[in-house]
Write a protein that binds this ligand. Structure first.
Ligand code: FMN
Length: 316
């Protein structure tokens, strides 16, 4: 694969690296941090379509996008076609609408959404056709199957329904992260469909990202970007110039500070979220366990900001 860009519908991304949608992580502040570091695309966290049409206040916050959030992406899930139909007017402002067909949480599966949709690829196809008929650019993020691998059949159904791209998290819905993502399945899907295939699962460094791009069209990063947004810069330097670079603790902590400040500027402050994400940024610091414990006991925005400023000073 030697093309530098990834085209989804009529949108050409500036490179082939994408930030994965992540509940409690990819708010607009975190998306901006990762886009600044080089991610070509980022999505809201997964949002259930019924909460969109109910105009739930919390959901409205999650759905907010601003000028820096381009191309914009929303990830949605649900089980009721009528709810997807009603959600269409709210989806029109996004460049790309991604359908979550992979979430394994029991709360979501009980609603017959997320990975439950993998049991009924025709239903996924109906959702795609509906959204495409409204003129939207539509992608689907799948796992390999619900409890057995049916990935080729699912991917072909999604392609035939008119999807503009497919993201494959190369695990079954009943597999945890202790089971390695099966990239061979991503390769097989890439050979079976013509729409762009974005590979996802176990990309933790620049080399992993390059290897993923060798087998498919795009590389989506989730856990590898939590507390490590500069992974996108590192990956681009490696892919484009063959350069392997390190990130200092000071630089990474400065990213955390920026995240905290962006949260305020964008009015998306969520203290538990900031603390969770902060604990991941601290990972490489000396005495990380103690520092994590400290941050978890803070409760005010200014306290957390001061805490990270002092940590940054100590790096000098
Ligand atoms: C904290 C967290 C939240 C997640 N939330 C979502 C989500 O909202 N939508 C989604 O499609 N996948 C979600 N995922 C799954 C990731 O997008 C990704 O598919 C999975 O973690 C595998 O990629 P990785 O190995 O790069 O982490 C989440 C994962 C994590 C760790």
């Amino acid at each position: 694969m030697d093309n530098k860009n990834l085209k989804i519908g009529n949108i050409t991304l500036k490179n082939r690296l994408l930030l994965a949608p992540m509940v409690d992580v990819t708010d607009s502040a975190y998306r901006e941090l990762c886009r600044d570091s080089g991610a070509a695309m980022a999505y809201t966290e997964m949002i259930v379509v019924d909460s969109i049409i109910n105009e739930n206040e919390h959901t409205k916050k999650l759905m907010k996008i601003d000028k820096s959030d381009k191309p914009s992406g929303i990830q949605i899930t649900g089980d009721n076609i009528e709810s997807f139909r009603k959600a269409i007017p709210y989806l029109k402002r996004y460049d790309i609408v991604d359908i979550n067909c992979g979430c394994p949480s029991s709360r979501i599966k009980e609603c017959k959404a997320g990975s439950y949709l993998l049991k009924d690829p025709e239903k996924i196809a109906s959702i795609i056709k509906l959204l495409k008929s409204a003129g939207l650019i539509v992608t689907a993020k799948i796992r390999l199957g619900f409890d057995k691998d049916e990935s080729i059949r699912i991917a072909k159904t999604i392609e035939n329904a008119g999807a503009d791209a497919i993201t494959v998290h190369a695990r079954l819905a009943n597999q945890g992260n202790d089971v390695p993502a099966d990239w061979k399945k991503i390769e097989a899907i890439k050979k079976s469909v013509k729409i762009p295939v974005i590979g996802n699962g176990d990309v933790f460094n620049a080399e992993d990202a390059k290897n993923m791009l060798d087998i498919c069209d795009g590389c989506m990063i989730a856990r590898g970007a939590i507390g490590n947004p500069l992974i996108f810069r590192q990956a681009l330097e490696y892919i484009e110039k063959g350069k392997k670079t390190d990130i200092s603790l000071k630089e990474n902590l400065s990213c955390f500070k920026k995240y905290i400040e962006l949260s305020k500027n964008k009015d998306v402050i969520d203290i538990p979220r900031i603390k969770y994400i902060g604990s991941k940024f601290i990972k490489g610091a000396r005495g990380a366990a103690e520092l994590r414990n400290k941050i978890m006991h803070l409760s005010k925005y200014d306290e957390i900001l001061l805490f990270v400023e002092e940590l940054i000073k100590k790096c000098d």
